[in-house]
Ligand binder design. Sequence first.
Ligand code: PLP
Length: 416
Amino acid sequence: MTNQEIFQRAQQTIPGGVNSPVRAFKSVGGTPRFIAKANGAYIWDIEGKQYIDYLGSWGPAIVGHAHPEVLAAVQEAATKGLSFGAPTEGEVILAEKICELIPSIEQVRLVSSGTEATMSAIRLARGATGRNKIIKFEGCYHGHSDSLLVKAGSGLLTFGNPSSAGVPQEFVSHTIVLPFNNLEEVKKAFAEVGQDIACIIVEPVAGNMNLVKPQAGFLEGLRELCTQYGALLIFDEVMTGFRAGPKGVQGLTNITPDLTTLAKVIGGGMPVGAFGGRQDIMQQIAPLGAVYQAGTLSGNPVSVAAGLKTLEILSRPGFYDVLSKTTTELVNGLSDLARQHNVTFSADSIGGMFGIYFRENIPTSFAEVQQSNIQAFNVFFHAMLDEGVHLAPSAFEAGFVSASHTEEILAKTFAA
Ligand code: PLP
């Protein structure tokens, strides 16, 4: 079967024929490539073409695809059953490990995706504060739940800001969307309706708008405002958790969020999400408190086994040194390449994440991200793909390096 044939078949049963922003291997045009297998830093499509993968399953594949130890852990767990609908030891050990690695997380609940983690954290914030409004930022993505989509008509209809068009306004009308890195706007919102604000949710490094870092004082300011007004600060570290660094972005700052959401890396490629934080807030969850939260497959033993083994591997000495070194080499290599070809280009990175921009300076806001030359990105993306290098298929999405991207692979990347 060719990519084209399976794509045509997919159109019959899957709306859009899988060519949705997050699932398609090639969402900026052309036929999606259907993946047959993956190993280390490589993936192969069903026609046998090999690619160096700088998307890493949209982030989770931090130790590389099909890591033998992760596979062995999954296989062992699967021989004992797939889901019991009852607590397991592994679930408790994974929860303990997350609390140990991220100090602001005193207690944690496991769920099955990043969306579930952010929805649950927001529901909990509303329950704990008795307030309704939430603040989110332009270009930050927190999943596909209603209240986190951007209001229709905001004009920011990119992948980083999926529109709520088609969703009844009452579902989104409690969300205040403000520009990232603009503390003054946040202050204004609190001055106007501070008593109604349940929480701020923020990607502390915004990977869904191509890696935009917080400017000095921005996250600190959010922390202060939340404390002053009794709102909760939620760091959405679904993308950055265990990827920007061993303790996520919060480990690189002195800021303690009230709640944190995680997914991607903590499942090692299997569906695991988590939300956790201050014990007094987490205890608002039933049966101790009134906020309902449950999931049929939450904490299932096979996913938990993959997550535990992945966290064990990345806790080994030197893991993040390798990851950061490889990312830096990649970014330097791309910058050199751009310079050789007189292309207007800038790039930034943190831990195992990188962002490239076809504009002169590294952006600090979503508006600036949008000034990146999208056409240049598309040309570059397709050229790289044809050469067997797979990047995030959107100019608004960070790319990811896994620890299996060796120097040999980097050499091949630039040969391409
Ligand atoms: N939050 C952030 C920061 C994300 O990057 C994503 C997904 O990319 C989500 C939430 C949603 O996670 P999921 O796709 O696992 O539902």
